[in-house]
Design a protein around this ligand. Structure first.
Ligand SMILES: [Zn+2]
Length: 96
């Protein structure tokens, strides 16, 4: 876990901090936000977060391929019991 939080969902596993330019095209494994696409400035964050929660906060990264060594990273996997309230809890923890 990198500890770098996604500014949309609060997931602490981003490879690079997207702020302040929001153009690194990193994709959050949790909410699927692509910085530089969905989020291009700090003003986009709240709307993208709301839409994601309205969709039920689906985990983005699909980890079905057991044979792909790139999938060995535990942090990209959907946590057990992941759901919308877990997402809301994560957001609360990250942003208060
Ligand atoms: Zn995210």
């Amino acid at each position: 876990m990198s500890g770098i939080k996604c500014c949309v969902c609060g997931w602490p596993g981003l490879e690079e901090d997207p702020a302040p330019m929001y153009d690194n095209h990193d994709i959050c494994c949790c909410c699927g936000t692509q910085f530089g696409l969905e989020v291009r400035s700090v003003g986009d964050i709240a709307g993208v977060r709301r839409e994601w929660l309205e969709e039920g906060a689906p985990w983005f990264y699909d980890d079905d391929d057991e044979n792909d060594p790139a999938d060995d990273d535990e942090t990209t996997k959907e946590p057990n019991n992941w759901n919308k309230s877990a997402a809301e809890e994560q957001i609360k923890k990250a942003f208060g």
